[in-house]
Every structure is written in structure tokens, then in C-alpha cells.
Design a protein around this ligand. Structure first.
Ligand code: ATP
Ligand code: MG
Length: 409
């Protein structure tokens, strides 16, 4: 009988991983609260449960494993829910992060406290009780600060104060995005931002995913941080790369991660690697599913699935076979309702364009660009060099036009 794998989340960013798991010959069960989630249709079995409901998902998974098909492993994709993975793993006796690691990975304040205790380079940080606390921090430390909800994701509610942001507004905007109503402040660390994706194998870290993050719109979307894709491999010296890899791996160990994957949000500040955040899950946004395999040949999702199933993964599985430039960009239409997407096929036909993937269609609402929810189309480009791949991406972006309805209805 095929081994069973539960993938928590059936969103569009999980679909490539679901397809990969099916290619591996697994019986794939997908859980999501939305019965119309695209990933559910690709699965062998479906569980309707919120990705944010650890107990509900674990109960349903136990029932599925008993009544329909055994489950041998669990992962999440396209949703930052390691606590739900941990709950299923605990209930079914599977591999996975512990509930404590899941908590540290989801609570930005607890994570920073743990990293500080392990002397991992991180920005100065403090919890905020109210806007007055933020006023005080601004007086004491200047405006180079970031205010964020302690427990949200996708950049929601994360704001730069140096964009002349009002303290009371910033505090409320962050608080409104926190399920527990908690807010924190950090020093803003200037410098190149890097995304990493790694696996720890018996205490040794391997980082085939190493991407420059593209923040060309930092000013356009200020005070919000809205990332517009990234470039692989990141254009840094071997010494900086080694420092970033060592730092993200030390941070993952401090959170209790081993024989598991982790995603890093890193900054090279004043020439030294610093941790913004570590996630105990696969990346969203096609980094693990498309960009890493296309740029290195490493089957990162496959390796993660094997670890979840308790199967061996070797260093060779995580070692790049080649280095191919890959550039990812998004299209951000203005806020409103989409009438039509134009030029997607023309963009696909250009040299160096590997993928043009709309995430929104006619009738869909685009919110104002305060987070990644404002993206409508993703594209991947390659070239002889990262610079050429970027130029190819730019040419394709110029062909894509998103027609909006005249009035958002
Ligand atoms: N202290 C900081 N210094 C510099 N940049 C920061 C800082 N904090 C956050 N950022 C930028 O804002 C982004 C979003 O912040 P953060 O990761 O804390 O929020 P998030 O909701 O978890 O977002 P995501 O899900 O995209 O990781 C970071 O990836 C980073 O680019
Ligand atoms: Mg983050």
C-alpha cells in the first residue's frame, strides 16, 4: 500500500507540492477549511478543517488514518501553521517539529527572546503595550524602527516608522493583524535582504535555497514591506554566504529544529548576517517548489517529504547539481476589481520566460498594496546571468496588462 502524507493547506501555493507528493507515489491527503481550495481537487483524500485549527485537524487526521488510509507523514505548505503540523504529528506519532518549536517559530517575540538567549545576531526588539510605549521607543531610539504584530504573517501589519508613520496609527494597524492583540517593535536593519531555505540533517545545515529579495517597491508601498520576488543565486561574496548560512542554521538549532526544513528571512547588516525571522515550514511563493529546483536541481520539497515520512535524506540530495540564474517577479495592479488579464501568452512566448502564473482573475478584488495579498501574477525568468534573467523578466512584465473595472463594486 502507498504511504500516506497529509499536506496541511490546499491553497494555490501548495499545488506544486501536492503534485510532487503524488509523483512520489504517495497517497496524498490535503486539509483545508475551504472546500473549493484548488489543492483539494489534486489530492487522493480530503479533510475539511481549518489550517489554523490544530486539534480539529489532528482529530480528522486520526479518523482518516483509521477509517480510510494510514498517514505516515505530515507537512504544511503555503500556510504558516507548524503548530497544526506538530499537533497532527503528536497525535499520530509522526516526525515533525515539537509544539514548543512550533510556538517559537510562530510567535515573533518568543522567537527573538530565544535567539537573544543564544547570542544569535538579531535587531534590538521590545514588546509594546500601547502607542505610548511606541512614542517612548521613538524618542529613545529614533525613527529607524519596525512595528509589527507578534503573531501574523505575509507581512500584514508590518510597518516602517521611518516612512513618517504616525505612532498611534502604526500601533493600531499592527494590533488589528494580531490574533492575540500583541504588538512589538524592532530596530530596522538596513542592508541586503536574503531568503534562505535549508534542511538540518543530524545537526548539519544544508542551504540550497539562497535568494536576494527584491524590495524595489520599498518606497512605493511605504510604510508597508511588500516584496516583489527575488533573484537566485543571491549576489553576495562566498564569505557573506557562509556567514548567512551558519547564522540561519544556528538560529534554527536554537529553536529546537533538527532533521527538518526551515526558512530564513535574513539581512546582511553592516557586513554581518542577522536574523529577521525563522519559519519552521516550507516557503510560500514558489521558492521551494519552483525556484530552488530550477536554479539548483535540488528537489527540496521531495527531501522535506522524505524527512516527514521518516525516510533517509543524504547530503547529496541537498547539494546543488548546477547553478542557473532564476528571477521571480510579481505584478501588482492598483486596488479594485479585475476586469481582464492581458498579455500573459505574449509574455510566456518571450525568451527566458519559464512561467507566468496568474493568482487572480476577472472579478477578483485586489486590496491596496499593504501585503503580498495585492499580487495578481507571478513570473519566473532565466538567462545566462542574473542580470540577463532580470532583463528578460522586465520585458515580460511590460507585456502584461491588468485591466481593472472602472468602479470597485
Ligand atoms: N527589523 C527589521 N529590519 C529590516 N527589515 C525588516 C525588519 N522586520 C521586518 N523586516 C522586513 O519585513 C518583512 C516582513 O516582516 P516579518 O517577516 O516580521 O513579517 P511576516 O508577517 O512574518 O512576513 P512574511 O510572512 O513575509 O515573512 C521581512 O521579511 C523583512 O523583509
Ligand atoms: Mg516573516
Amino acid at each position: 500500500m502507498a504511504k500516506g502524507l497529509l499536506i496541511i493547506c490546499g491553497g494555490i501555493e501548495a499545488t506544486h507540492g501536492i503534485a510532487r507528493a503524488r509523483e512520489m507515489g504517495l497517497h496524498v491527503v490535503v486539509s483545508d477549511a475551504d472546500a473549493n481550495a484548488p489543492g483539494l481537487k489534486l489530492a487522493d483524500g480530503q479533510i475539511i478543517a481549518s489550517t489554523y485549527d490544530p486539534e480539529g485537524t489532528a482529530d480528522a487526521a486520526e479518523h482518516y488514518a483509521r477509517a480510510i488510509h494510514p498517514i505516515h507523514g505530515v507537512i504544511c505548505m503555503g500556510a504558516d501553521v507548524p503548530h497544526t503540523v506538530a499537533a497532527v504529528a503528536a497525535k499520530l506519532g509522526l516526525k515533525g517539529v515539537s509544539p514548543e518549536t512550533a510556538h517559537l517559530a510562530m510567535d515573533k517575540l518568543a522567537m527573538k527572546q530565544r535567539l537573544a538567549a543564544h547570542d544569535i545576531p538579531i535587531p534590538w526588539f521590545a514588546p509594546l503595550r500601547d502607542a505610548a510605549d511606541l512614542q517612548l521607543a521613538l524618542l529613545e531610539r529614533g525613527r529607524d524602527l519596525v512595528v509589527k504584530p507578534v503573531d501574523s504573517r505575509g507581512g500584514r501589519g508590518v510597518q516602517r516608522m521611518n516612512a513618517d508613520r504616525d505612532a498611534a496609527e502604526a500601533f493600531e494597524a499592527a494590533k488589528s493583524q494580531s490574533p492575540t492583540g500583541r504588538v512589538m517593535v524592532e530596530a530596522y536593519l538596513s542592508g541586503p535582504q536574503i531568503s534562505t531555505e535549508s534542511i538540518l540533517l543530524n545537526g548539519t545545515g544544508y542551504t540550497p535555497g539562497f535568494s536576494d529579495r527584491n524590495y524595489e517597491y520599498l518606497d512605493r508601498f511605504a510604510p508597508w514591506f511588500v516584496e516583489n520576488g527575488g533573484d537566485l543565486p543571491a549576489q553576495v561574496s562566498p564569505a557573506i554566504r557562509a556567514d548567512v548560512e551558519a547564522t540561519v542554521t544556528a538560529a534554527a538549532k536554537a529553536l529546537g529544529i533538527d532533521n527538518h526544513n526551515y526558512k530564513g528571512d535574513m539581512v546582511v547588516h553592516q557586513g554581518k548576517a542577522h536574523v529577521i525571522e525563522i519559519a519552521a515550514r516550507l516557503s510560500g511563493g514558489y521558492f521551494c517548489t519552483r525556484e530552488i529546483p530550477l536554479s539548483t536541481g535540488v528537489d527540496f520539497v521531495g527531501a522535506t517529504i522524505k524527512l516527514a515520512l521518516g525516510e533517509p535524506v543524504t547530503p547529496a540530495d541537498l547539494t546543488p547539481a548546477f547553478e542557473r540564474p532564476i528571477v521571480q517577479r510579481y505584478v501588482f495592479p492598483p486596488a479594485g476589481k479585475i476586469a481582464a488579464l492581458h498579455g500573459l501568452d505574449d509574455a510566456r512566448a518571450l525568451p527566458g520566460i519559464l512561467e507566468v502564473l496568474p493568482s487572480k482573475g476577472p472579478g477578483d478584488i485586489i486590496p491596496s498594496a499593504t501585503s503580498s495579498a495585492a499580487r495578481a501574477v507571478m513570473l519566473l525568468a532565466t538567462g545566462e546571468s542574473v542580470a540577463e534573467a532580470r532583463a528578460n523578466a522586465d520585458r515580460a512584465l511590460r507585456l502584461i496588462r491588468i485591466e481593472m473595472m472602472r468602479q470597485a463594486a
